[in-house]
Design a protein around this ligand. Sequence first.
Ligand SMILES: [Zn+2]
Length: 321
Amino acid sequence: MSRGNDLRLKLFATGAKAASLYFKVNQEVYFCPLCRRGYLIQAVIDGTLTLEHVPPKSLGGKPLVLTCKDCNSGSGHSIDSAAALREDVESILDVIMGRKEDANPRAAEMIVGGNRVQIRVSRSGGFTELKLVESASKPDALQGAQDVLETHVRNGTGQGEEIRIEVTRKAFHTKAAISDLKTAFLAAFAFFGYRFALHPNLRPVREQILQPDQDIIGNRFHTTLNDEASLKEPTLIAITEPLPCIAAIIGKRIILMPEPHGDRKLYEIVRREDYSKTFKGNALGWPVSMEFRLDRFLARNKSAQMTHNGETARKNATDGD
Ligand SMILES: [Zn+2]
């Protein structure tokens, strides 16, 4: 059996154990946190339960949880490829703006003085090189762009007409944000467990991830932090103010999700114009494995209450670890 299978079997066992605590059943069933369908161990063997990288593999994420093939390869694929595309565009922008060096030319589309042309961008030794790709651009647009650039070179930087460079932005930004939402949701699932993921308050989140073409929760679930606040490592945060919710910080982006005990109308509240963007809360870190803290904690507390016996309660409390 391959290493991928070993890992999936391990995740299955961890998930099924948490699910049995949540649903109070003894059968070994793993529930896909997105579509809530239950799977027996056969689903690991036949490949119906698949490894899900959080963040997506293309963005350097590691396998963290299992989701079913339908959720992973269907809508999941389209939102994750949008996130990869967005990363690509941002990386090209960094090269153009001189924030990053990359000697490998990257393909991009650029508008120079109203002319839409294909370019290749690279940056090394402190110089950004923009190369017009003749074969992929329309001849008159290419000529127009060349004229603008030559005028710019003749006049020198900072003089004459300002050059406008726009890297084309497409509809992938909405889908990329939904991919962030999936990353946030699955990380919170690994951290808290089924008691978080399957809670009715999280239903709009699951639906939005599974139907990225529909507008279910609006577009205010994500916002961008200012430069100083961005973090290198992704982090989950239990937000306490202005209203209790769970947030994930991924790079410069902050993604908001309802919490089981919070307001299920979170997204209606953040849609209001007067909504404050100043958040206060406690950093929780980022799960490196399925921790399922809520499922285990509540199971522990229950056994402690029921036994009235210090010894048994302590024993039960350590069983789950
Ligand atoms: Zn599923």
